[in-house]
Each structure stands twice: as structure tokens, then as C-alpha cells.
Ligand binder design. Structure first.
Ligand SMILES: *[C@@H]1O[C@H](CO)[C@@H](O)[C@H](O)[C@H]1NC(C)=O
Ligand SMILES: *[C@@H]1O[C@H](CO)[C@@H](O)[C@H](O)[C@H]1NC(C)=O
Ligand SMILES: *[C@@H]1O[C@H](CO)[C@@H](O)[C@H](O)[C@H]1NC(C)=O
Ligand SMILES: *[C@@H]1O[C@H](CO)[C@@H](O)[C@H](O)[C@H]1NC(C)=O
Length: 364
């Protein structure tokens, strides 16, 4: 206890004190909106418990989350070194956005420092910083902010999934305090690009291998890590480009080339394969069908899926554990009907446009 407190106290001293002014938007009459369908408590409780695994020790969890903190710090440092204050202003992110971004970078710096100290105090070798690449395009401020929001969302999900398995309650409190700040960063970044800042009442937990699947693409030399974390990515899952924003109950989803990839794992045309949507505490399986002899597809995103959600392919419609996973997760942004963004989605290459029903983007 004393050790964590003293680490936290010294953190207070190094933490910079740039304040983030709150934006004061004019008050408008709030509209009473139903958020999502009420969650099915039976289905949530039946899927919440993950079997304990001997490899998931607190030391593993701390190192896993340290790896993620390095990645997040690298994300912001890449942007702050390759994009200038003026670039942000020109791209329509007025002050104090840039200053806030610097603050977020410093928060990540503090998380890296803190997790290293905690591991050191526990006598555990800490993972080192690796090399990272973030494909937001040179000079593309909007692309960076969008990517950052998505990556931080994955970070929030990673923390949520990890916390359930932490043994030591002091670590639990410390890691939860990091999680809460990551969630603030996510909301801030989502709002900055016109996304709903808090699209659903529950966060979405991800397992370690699921997070790793989404994160490892940003790490160019994972093989050089010093602490060989027991994580293995699943085969990646690609959503076909669409010209519409995804909406639950309305939009179809096509998984490009996913059947072809699954065949290599021994899946046959008649094997039942489920697209499992993870959103908040919901995990909803939908039976897929094969499209064009090479893709999987589902006709409708299930009701209740909203905000940054995930979808994976599973052999089972009730046990979504690693051993049944065929591919994914992939990230899927799902919109409530009344919250579809005004900006059109970028045009898809013609060959990739899904012919299925969806929500046309406004003005696109
Ligand atoms: C919210 O949803 C419930 C059930 O779906 C419906 O009965 C109710 O009228 C809705 N409320 C509003 C304000 O839309
Ligand atoms: C809730 O989930 C359980 C378990 O998955 C299922 O048996 C039940 O039919 C669901 N109830 C509703 C109202 O969807
Ligand atoms: C990740 O997947 C590999 C291969 O299935 C497994 O051995 C490992 O235990 C998993 N890692 C975690 C942390 O569950
Ligand atoms: C677009 O289509 C090509 C050829 O079918 C495919 O290789 C590629 O993965 C698709 N891209 C997306 C984003 O769906």
C-alpha cells in the first residue's frame, strides 16, 4: 500500500499542470432519447465470467498494459512531432485542442512511468518500448484524430477486459484510475471529429489476445520485446468498404475474403460460422452466410450494438472464447439513427461497394 502511494505521490510532482478549459457550449433543451435496447441481463451474466488462466498473472497484466501505454504515448508523440499547432488550427481544430493533445501525451507519459515503477517495485522485468507505425497519412490532422480516438477506444476495452483478472486490489484501483482517464481521452477525441462522445451506457471489454490482434498492427518489431508476453493475434478480419454508416437493425456487414481465409483453417462451406458483435456488455452472435464464394456476410447488425464495437468470427453461437475464434475482432462503428454524422464517408473503390441495404451517408 505504502509503495503505491509513494509512487503516486512522486507522480504528482512530475505531472505537468496544464489545465484543459472546459468548453462552454450554449445550453440547449435536452432531447429524451432511448439509448439502446435494454441489455439482456441473462445473456450478459452468462458471458461475463472468463475462466481463470494460469498465465494471466498480475505481472503479465501490468506488462501487457505497459505495452499499450507505450503504444499510446508513441501515437501522440508521432502526431505532436509531425504535425504543428498551425496544422491543427488550419484543419479546423481550434485552441485549446492542440494544448489538450499535449496534455494527453503527458498523461500517457505518466502512465508509462507509473507502470514501470510498479513493475520495478514488484521485482518484475518491465517490457521496453518498441517501434510503432500509425497510418494516418502525412499531414492528415483529421486522420490522426480519428485514428487516435479508435486506438484509445481499443485501449479502454483492453483495460476493461484486463481488470476482471487482476488479483491485487491496489493494482485494481491504480489501473482503474488509468482506465477512467483513457475513457476521458476517448470521449474528447470522438467529440472533436463529430462522433458521439459517449455513445453507450457500458464500455466493451476485450480479451488479451483480442486486444493484441488490434494493436499488433501498429507495432513493427513485436518480436523484439524483452518480456515474451503470451499473446497471439487471431487472423485479421476485414470489413468491406461501405458508402453508408452502420446502423443496428438496418445495415448488413460483409467480411471481405473471410470465407477464403477460414477455408485455410479447415472451415467448410457447410460449417456454421457466427459473427459475434461485442458492444458494451452484449455479445451477440449472428449466423453468417457465404457471399460471392469468398466473403462472409450478415444481413443485419443486431439491435443494441452502438458506438465503437467489435465483431469477430466464431465457430460457436454461445462460447466465444479464444479457442472458437476464427478471425478478428475487427472494429466496427455503429450509429444510432438520430446520430448519423453529417459528413459523407470517403468513396469506396467500385469493386468493394456493398450492394446491400444500409444507411446512405448524408450528402454523399
Ligand atoms: C423508449 O423505448 C421504449 C421501448 O422500446 C418505448 O416504449 C418508449 O416509448 C421509448 N421512449 C422514448 C422517449 O422514445
Ligand atoms: C436473453 O439471453 C438468454 C441467454 O442468451 C436467452 O436465452 C434469452 O432468450 C434472452 N432474452 C431475451 C428477451 O432476448
Ligand atoms: C493467446 O492465445 C494463445 C494461443 O491460443 C494462448 O496460448 C494464450 O494463452 C492466449 N493468451 C492469453 C493471455 O489468454
Ligand atoms: C477491396 O476489394 C479487393 C479485391 O476484391 C480486396 O482485396 C480488398 O481487401 C477490399 N478492400 C476492402 C477494404 O474491403
Amino acid at each position: 500500500m505504502m509503495l503505491l502511494i509513494s509512487i503516486l505521490t512522486s507522480l504528482l510532482i512530475i505531472t505537468p499542470t496544464t489545465a484543459i478549459p472546459l468548453s462552454t457550449s450554449p445550453s440547449t433543451t435536452p432531447t429524451l432519447l432511448n439509448t439502446t435496447a435494454p441489455p439482456n441481463i441473462t445473456s450478459i451474466l452468462s458471458t461475463i465470467n472468463t475462466p481463470p488462466s494460469p498465465i494471466v498473472t498480475d505481472a503479465f497484466i501490468l506488462n501487457f498494459l505497459l505495452t499499450l501505454s507505450y503504444l499510446l504515448r508513441a501515437l501522440y508523440s508521432t502526431a505532436l512531432t509531425s504535425l504543428s499547432h498551425t496544422d491543427f488550427l488550419t484543419a479546423g481544430f481550434p485552441d485549446p485542442f492542440y494544448a489538450s493533445l499535449k496534455q494527453i501525451y503527458l498523461d500517457e507519459e505518466s502512465h508509462v512511468w507509473f507502470l514501470n515503477k510498479v513493475l520495478q517495485a514488484a521485482g518484475v522485468e518491465a517490457e521496453r518500448e518498441l517501434e510503432y507505425v500509425f497510418p494516418f497519412g502525412e499531414g492528415n490532422v483529421g486522420g490522426f484524430v480519428e485514428l487516435a480516438g479508435v486506438v484509445v477506444g481499443v485501449g479502454v476495452s483492453a483495460y476493461l477486459g484486463a481488470l476482471a483478472q487482476v488479483d491485487n486490489k491496489e493494482y485494481l484501483t491504480a489501473l482503474s484510475s488509468i482506465l477512467s482517464v483513457e475513457a476521458e481521452h476517448e470521449s474528447f477525441l470522438r467529440e472533436a471529429i463529430g462522433e458521439v462522445p459517449f455513445p453507450k451506457p457500458f464500455g466493451t471489454p476485450l480479451g488479451f489476445n483480442q486486444t493484441h490482434t488490434l494493436a499488433v498492427g501498429f507495432i513493427t518489431n513485436f518480436q523484439d520485446s524483452v518480456v515474451k508476453l503470451p499473446v497471439v493475434p487471431f487472423p485479421s478480419l476485414t470489413l468491406a468498404c461501405t458508402s453508408h454508416y452502420y446502423q443496428a437493425g438496418v445495415s448488413s456487414v460483409t467480411f471481405s475474403g473471410a470465407f477464403t481465409n477460414a477455408e485455410e483453417l479447415g472451415i467448410m462451406a457447410e460449417t456454421p460460422v457466427f459473427a459475434v458483435f461485442l458492444s458494451g456488455l452484449l455479445k451477440i452472435p449472428v449466423r453468417t452466410r457465404i457471399l460471392n464464394g469468398e466473403d462472409y456476410a450478415v444481413d443485419r447488425i443486431p439491435e443494441g450494438v452502438v458506438g465503437q464495437s467489435y465483431v469477430l468470427l466464431s465457430r460457436s453461437n454461445d462460447d466465444f472464447s479464444d479457442s472458437n475464434t476464427i478471425a478478428g475482432p475487427a472494429i466496427i462503428q455503429v450509429y444510432r439513427k438520430d446520430m448519423i454524422p453529417n459528413t459523407p464517408l470517403p468513396a469506396c473503390p467500385q469493386s468493394n461497394v456493398t450492394k446491400w441495404e444500409g444507411v446512405p451517408s448524408q450528402g454523399g
